[in-house]
Every structure is written in structure tokens, then in C-alpha cells.
Design a protein around this ligand. Structure first.
Ligand SMILES: [Cu+2]
Length: 445
């Protein structure tokens, strides 16, 4: 195994050097790409990822590459955090949390993931360092069947700590991904195994639960779509094409300013942990509540920082759909429709702002909220998607043209205040013929 290369500096551009992908992973990517014809995320980033995976695949690998002598570690629930263990070093360790069936007990669909640091391009000329799943923003789109058993083996290839929270999935709590509460965070070069059953069906997602915008806001999120033959939406609105739109808000200045500082800080924490010298003051973690109270009495104050910066300094000025801001949303392809066709649009707010998504020229049906089919379908043309929410829409192709689909908030349809930009894409009729007008373009950093 290679030594970590960050030395406190983001591992920019090293995501291409990806871990071996196993057979299941390749199958997953391939089936995701095929099954999700027309899915924006699958059309570009996921497709690219599938290629990378194919090139690096080592058939038969059940686990990602780990350090020689790597050992499996069983998490001891209820016995305090491993972060405070003497001589604590999780590099090369594979951690299995308790409570889920073993490999023999159920038939797992296996996936391999990684936490990486990349430099992500939101639109030409605008890049920022970000944490990313599998070296891409957003992370890959999962498409699984309801009640499938899922095994996700995730390796941390950064010098920060992370977890994966499966947002809207009803799983066993030991797999819920809340650091310091239901699991120890995944340490640098540690591998953690999430096992759970995919239920209930609907539009779900996953994201890192480590509480800073450098994790959740900036890249560590992806769609987790659970399909079911019993989905009433499929029955009521027969459709073929299904688009996943991850809505994102990026503060690129914050990311640029704080990524190195966060890595430097974490490097010190890792060193202190390695020496068994981590104290509340070094990182604000406590063995128990009494220790926390004592620290407060001694004058220590909780940082409650989000990546070593205060919350008010987080001001997103770039707004993206599946990692790209308009006009770069065109790279992923417009949402395509034909006359008389129904398409399904799955909106997932993986960011920190509220987005008022408005479609021109159509009254769409709002058919699901938080992944769950609604008891009645509302006709709207604008829908507010608050952070953490998902909405599913059905658009019926009854007004041929080229139509804006965008956040109606003024700031959020700009790139750093330059209009048009931001969270904007188009609905394009394939059977329209020649399009007389195309959108104009402006870019500003
Ligand atoms: Cu994280």
C-alpha cells in the first residue's frame, strides 16, 4: 500500500489512481449506467467512473487493497470511542460493525467506495478542492431493488475522518453513520464495511455525516435509488427515462481557504491519537459527559466550528446540479423528453441552501416526497426543496420546446452573482427538430 501523500496538502488530482474495483462493483456501474439511460449523473461522471473501474479491475477481489498484515476489527458498541485507545492507529484496518448478517447468511450485492480528495471543476475556470466519493462529485448513483442486501466497503484515502449516512434508508442503527454516536468515524486509511437491507423503496441518498461543509456540502454525497415493482408511480405514470438531479451549493472560497487548514489540523489530531495523547482541547472530543462539563468549568469553549471556520463564513456562491453549474450543466446533457412521454425527475438536495426549482412551460406532478409516494399527486410548476429533502416529479411531454428548469432564487441562478448561471438546466424535446435559439453563456469566478 502506498503511504498517504497528503502531508497536510490536499491530494489534488490523485483520484485517478483509484483502488481496485471488484467484479460486483463493475457490474453495478455497468448496470447503473445501462439501467439509468438518461440519468444525468450516469451520463457523464458515472460513465467515466465505470471506465476507470474496468481498467483497474482485479477480478475476484472481495475487499479493497489494504495494508499488508491488515486485520479485521470488530467494533465494540457501547464501550466508548476507539479514538481514545492507546497507540491508536487504524491504517489498514477493516472495521465490521455489529448487527448485520454475515456474508453466508444473506446474498449481498457488494460495492466498493472510497473517500478521496479531488479538485473538482464546477464550471470551466472554477475549481475547488473537495472531498469526494470515488473521486467524483457527486458520488456514484446506486440503483438497487427494495430488500436487496447491500454491502458497501469504503476505504478512507484522505487524512480526514468520514462516515457514510444512508439518508432515508430504514437500516440497523449501527450502520447509520453518525460519528461518535453510532460508530467511530472512519480513520485515515481505515476501511469500514456497511451492511444493510435497502428499504423502503424510493429516492434516497447518502452523504458523509462528519459535520463540516467540506464533507457534506463539498462533494461527499450521492443518490441511492431503491426500485420496486410495487412502486405506484411507475403504475400511474408509465415512464422509461428517469433523471437524478443532485442539487448542490458550493462555497469555493471556503473550500480553498480551509482544506489545507483542516488537513493540517487533522494531521496533528492523528499524531496525537497515535501517541494516545488526544485531549478534549485538541479536538473537542470527550470520553464522557462529565469530562465535557469539567472542560467547560475549566474555561474551555466548544469550537462548534464547521471545518475550523465559523458557520457565518460559509456563503455559497456557486450552485450546481450533479456537480456542474450552468452553462456546464450542458456537459451532462439536457433532460430529454418526447411528445406524449412521461419522464421522472428525482430532486435531491445534497447541499446547504433551499432551492425553488421551477420548470417553464409545464405543470409537473409532484409524486413523492422524501422518497415516499404521495397519497395524491399535486400539479405544480415550482417546488421548494430544502436541505436534506427529496422530491420526485413526473413531467408529461405536452409542450414541445426547449425549456428552462432552474432555481428561482435570484442568487442561485447565477455564478457568483453573474446571471445566467448556477442551478439551471434545460428540458429538451428530442422531436422538436431544429432549435432556433440556444442559451447565451456567461462565466465569472
Ligand atoms: Cu467526511
Amino acid at each position: 500500500m502506498k503511504e498517504p501523500k497528503s502531508n497536510g496538502v490536499p491530494l489534488i488530482g490523485e483520484h485517478a489512481d483509484s483502488a481496485p474495483e471488484n467484479q460486483s462493483r463493475r457490474n453495478f456501474l455497468r448496470s447503473a449506467t445501462v439501467a439509468a439511460t438518461g440519468v444525468l449523473a450516469a451520463g457523464t461522471s458515472l460513465g467515466a467512473q465505470a471506465q476507470t473501474g474496468a481498467h483497474n479491475a482485479h477480478a475476484g477481489h472481495a475487499m479493497p487493497a489494504a495494508a499488508p498484515g491488515a486485520h479485521a476489527h470488530s467494533w465494540q458498541g457501547g464501550q466508548g470511542s476507539m479514538m481514545f485507545m492507546e497507540g491508536h492507529d487504524m491504517r489498514g484496518v477493516v472495521t465490521e460493525a455489529p448487527g448485520a448478517p454475515s456474508d453466508d447468511a444473506v446474498n449481498y450485492r457488494e460495492f466498493e467506495m472510497s473517500f478521496d480528495v479531488i479538485e473538482h471543476e464546477i464550471l470551466p475556470g472554477v475549481k475547488a478542492p473537495m472531498f469526494a466519493f470515488n473521486g467524483q462529485v457527486p458520488g456514484p448513483v446506486f440503483r438497487v431493488q427494495e430488500n436487496d442486501w447491500i454491502k458497501v466497503t469504503v476505504r478512507n484515502r484522505t487524512e480526514e475522518m468520514h462516515t457514510i449516512h444512508w439518508h432515508g434508508v430504514d437500516l440497523i442503527y449501527t450502520m447509520d453513520g453518525v460519528p461518535m454516536m453510532t460508530q467511530d468515524p472512519v480513520h485515515p486509511e481505515e476501511t469500514f464495511v456497511y451492511r444493510f437491507q435497502a428499504r423502503p423503496h424510493g429516492t434516497r441518498f447518502y452523504h458523509c455525516h462528519w459535520g463540516t461543509p467540506l464533507h457534506f456540502m463539498a462533494g461527499l454525497h450521492g443518490a441511492f435509488i431503491i426500485e420496486s415493482p410495487n412502486d405506484p408511480i411507475r403504475r400511474d405514470f408509465p415512464y422509461e427515462r428517469d433523471y437524478v438531479l443532485m442539487l448542490e451549493a458550493f462555497d469555493v472560497n471556503f473550500a480553498r481557504e480551509h482544506m489545507n487548514a483542516v488537513h493540517e489540523g487533522m494531521k496533528k489530531v492523528n499524531a496525537l491519537m497515535g501517541q494516545g495523547r488526544l485531549s478534549p482541547v485538541t479536538h473537542g472530543f470527550f470520553r464522557n459527559y462529565q469530562e465535557f462539563v469539567k472542560a467547560i468549568e475549566d474555561g474551555w469553549r466548544p469550537p462548534y466550528t464547521r471545518g475550523n471556520a465559523e458557520l457565518p463564513t460559509v456563503k455559497p456562491r456557486f450552485f450546481a446540479i450533479n456537480g456542474k453549474a450552468f452553462p456546464a450543466t450542458k456537459e451532462q446533457g439536457h433532460m430529454k423528453i418526447r411528445r406524449g412521454e412521461n419522464i421522472r425527475i428525482r430532486l435531491i438536495n445534497g447541499g446547504v441552501a433551499t432551492h425553488h426549482m421551477h420548470l417553464h412551460g409545464h405543470q409537473f406532478y409532484v409524486v413523492a416526497e422524501d422518497g415516499n409516494p404521495l397519497p395524491y399527486y399535486k400539479r405544480c410548476n415550482t417546488i421548494a426543496v430544502t436541505p436534506g429533502k427529496t422530491f420526485d416529479l413526473i413531467v408529461h411531454g405536452d409542450n414541445p420546446g426547449l425549456w428552462d428548469f432552474h432555481d428561482h432564487n435570484e442568487l442561485q441562478s447565477t455564478n457568483n452573482m453573474i446571471y445566467p448561471g448556477g442551478m439551471m438546466t434545460m428540458l429538451e424535446y428530442e422531436d422538436l427538430g431544429e432549435i432556433p435559439y440556444g442559451p447565451s453563456i456567461s462565466v465569472n469566478q
